[in-house]
Design a protein around this ligand. Structure first.
Ligand code: SF4
Ligand code: FES
Length: 249
């Protein structure tokens, strides 16, 4: 395959960016999208040019670092995969493919396609954890969890913190991420002691970081590579309201 990449190049947050066109030939349909960026970068490096900066780590859909907007869609046109899992056979031979970073105020561009997603880490630091001792593995197994809750908590825990939901949301909201984390921990017995402080801490940090409010548009679920659904947002609303009621009484 031969493709033409139109890639967002931006020296850093203080400089304006622009799209730069790069033809890439000899692409295998079995390559992942990131492997095509690797091929491009090898050629740029050999030519003495600055390679395109982009994030990646696991390259198997686990770490959440490879956030790219491809042809206007967070993680690209294939559902339920991250950019690192996106095969080139998804595209037509000769296609022009646009590649941009996540676009959201709380995710400032560091360079080219790399943005700072530290805002999501700070939301986790504001309450997205369990601090009560859960004991050793046998002891943990002695805490019974209804199968339905265990399954729902596991589904929510598959959120990899990639930020695609924010990039797709017209409001720039991280509500789906927030909902996934609050649902994951709030469904487990070990998550109950801090349930109220967790909800208030995380939503407070979400707003302080400049993420927008959720107006139930649903663009987030269309791009989430892990299939997280809108009901997690209802659950976090319920936990926040419950915590506010408790605080005011
Ligand atoms: S909810 Fe989905 S899109 Fe949002 S951060 Fe988690 S995995 Fe990524
Ligand atoms: S590189 Fe880890 S999810 Fe893509």
């Amino acid at each position: 395959m031969n493709v033409t990449l139109r890639v967002w190049r931006q020296e850093n947050g203080d400089h304006a960016g622009r799209m730069v066109t790069y033809p890439v030939d000899g692409v295998s349909p079995d390559m992942s999208f990131l492997e095509v960026l690797d091929v491009l970068n090898e050629r740029l490096t050999l030519a003495g040019e600055d390679p395109v900066a982009f994030d990646s780590d696991c390259r198997e859909g686990i770490c959440g670092s490879c956030g790219l907007v491809i042809n206007g869609v967070a993680h690209g046109p294939k559902e339920l995969v991250t950019a690192c899992q996106l095969p080139m056979r998804t595209f037509a031979d000769g296609e022009v493919i646009e590649v941009e970073p996540w676009r959201a105020g709380p995710f400032p561009v560091i360079k080219d396609l790399v943005v700072d997603r530290g805002a999501l880490d700070r939301i986790i630091q504001a309450g997205g954890y369990i601090s009560s001792p859960t004991g050793t593995a046998p002891e943990a197994h002695s805490v019974l969890v209804p199968k339905r809750d265990a399954d729902a908590a596991f589904d929510a825990a598959t959120c990899i913190g990639c930020g695609a939901c924010v990039a797709a949301c017209p409001n720039g909201s991280a509500a789906l991420f927030l909902g996934a984390k609050i649902t994951h921990l709030g469904l487990l017995p070990q998550g109950q002691p801090e349930r109220r402080s967790r909800a208030l801490g995380m939503i407070g940090q979400h707003d302080a970081e400049g993420f927008g409010g959720c107006t139930q548009i649903g663009e987030c679920t269309a791009v989430c590579p892990k299939g997280i659904q809108m009901h997690v947002i209802s659950r976090y609303h319920r936990d926040v309201l419950g915590a506010l009621r408790h605080r005011d009484t």
